[in-house]
Design a binder for this molecule. Structure first.
Ligand code: MG
Length: 385
């Protein structure tokens, strides 16, 4: 029998803030942009009784809970803590499928001879997470992803909910259907109107009726409601490439204009690499001309990089190999490949400035999250060009 764990950190961003700053502990903390028009990224458990929850406008959160302490998000820090948490997951099984920084499915079916059954493994993971990060996770243990995910969410925080094999349908039966992913504000009223309230109600209805109400998705909802879910845990692999391209409204007619566009693309790609925890060793520049001719040129780097300047320099280094005199360029793209999640260690030949630039990238990332993607201009880079 399969043993699937769904592990979800409790109020992750807010908990990291409270853990890092003791002055915030025990207080209602709301992570999000400082502007009243921003949204709440996370709310601590002290803020939740006031009705504050994530994705709510900040202004509304502060009206509900005027004493809430607003903390700007620090994505780089959350990514760092997430790295520790996922490393812990990896000690118990290679089959880890991340859903976000703080949430993952683990298939531990074959780990049981080493570590005990699913419940025992979940307990060991929760203990290790608490010991090594100071944070609390909730876990669901079941024979399928669907049931494990519902289980982990049922008794947060610090929960461990085990659904024994054969008990899935009985476990799901009384739960309100809103517990199912995708059944929310839009769908639920439609289903309630025809008298359906619980997951059990969905399981017992005629699948054709659900298809009538929900479209082709109804069939899947019916199967899931009965606890039928044979989806595999698909372990994360580094993406093959991360890139960014832009079609310009007006054709670019100078090398400088192309370089400027490359800087923009490099900045976007660097942000994604940092946000997702990757470095890349190959930079490919793509230009599409006004006649739709598409040319690409690639540059291999001596070590993997993830900062705007390194990507930008590598990209500009390829420009001599493109026809640019008197040409009109309509699309500029940069993609990176040979991607790794292993930080380049210092070597004899490594550029000491690159790790500083990565730090800068993380800072910029924080700002981007805090103020929305504001397209921060790197004045120094622009001048160096
Ligand atoms: Mg969470």
């Amino acid at each position: 029998m399969r043993q699937i764990l769904h592990i979800d950190m409790d109020a992750f961003y807010a908990s990291v803030e409270q853990n890092d700053d003791p002055a915030l502990r025990g207080k209602p903390v709301v992570v999000g942009g400082p502007s009243r028009r921003g949204v709440v990224c996370a709310a601590s458990y002290e803020a939740r009784p006031f009705g504050v929850h994530s994705a709510m406008p900040m202004g509304e959160a502060l009206r509900l809970c005027p004493k809430a302490i607003v903390v700007a998000p620090r994505m780089a820090r959350y990514a760092e803590v997430s790295g520790i948490v996922f490393e812990i997951f990896g000690r118990f099984t290679p089959l880890v499928e991340g859903l976000s920084l703080d949430e993952a499915f683990l298939d531990v079916t074959r780990s049981q001879s080493l570590f005990g059954d699913g419940a025992a493994i979940a307990r060991q993971i929760k203990d290790a997470v608490r010991r090594e990060t100071g944070l609390v996770a909730s876990a669901g243990v079941a024979s399928s992803k669907f049931v494990a995910k519902i289980a982990s969410d049922l008794k947060k925080p610090d929960a461990l909910v085990v659904v024994p094999a054969g008990e899935e349908a009985r476990f799901l039966d009384p739960l309100p259907m809103e517990r199912m992913w995708g059944i929310g504000n839009k769908t639920a009223p439609r289903l309630r109107e025809v008298g359906l309230r619980t997951i059990g109600d969905l399981a017992r209805s005629d699948p054709r009726r659900l298809t009538g109400l929900l479209g082709s998705w109804g069939r899947e909802v019916h199967a899931l409601a009965r606890g039928d879910d044979d989806r595999d845990v698909v372990p994360d692999v580094a993406p093959k490439s991360i890139g960014s391209e832009e079609t310009h409204e007006y054709d670019l007619t100078s090398r400088e204009a192309v370089a400027e566009s490359l800087l923009d693309r490099a900045s976007h790609v660097a942000q994604r690499l940092v946000r997702e925890g990757y470095w890349a060793r190959v930079v490919t520049v793509k230009l599409k001309y006004a006649d739709f001719t598409l040319l690409t040129r690639r540059a291999s780097l001596s070590e993997a990089v993830s900062d705007t300047q390194s990507l930008y320099e590598a990209a500009c280094g390829t420009l001599d190999r493109f026809p640019l005199d008197g040409e009109r360029v309509r699309l500029v793209g940069i993609s990176t490949s040979e991607i790794t999640d292993v930080a380049p260690g210092p070597t004899l030949f490594s550029d000491p400035a690159a790790s500083k630039r990565r730090k800068l990238e993380e800072l910029v990332n924080d700002v981007a999250v805090r103020y929305g993607d504001v397209g921060i201009t790197r004045a120094t880079l622009l001048r160096q060009k």
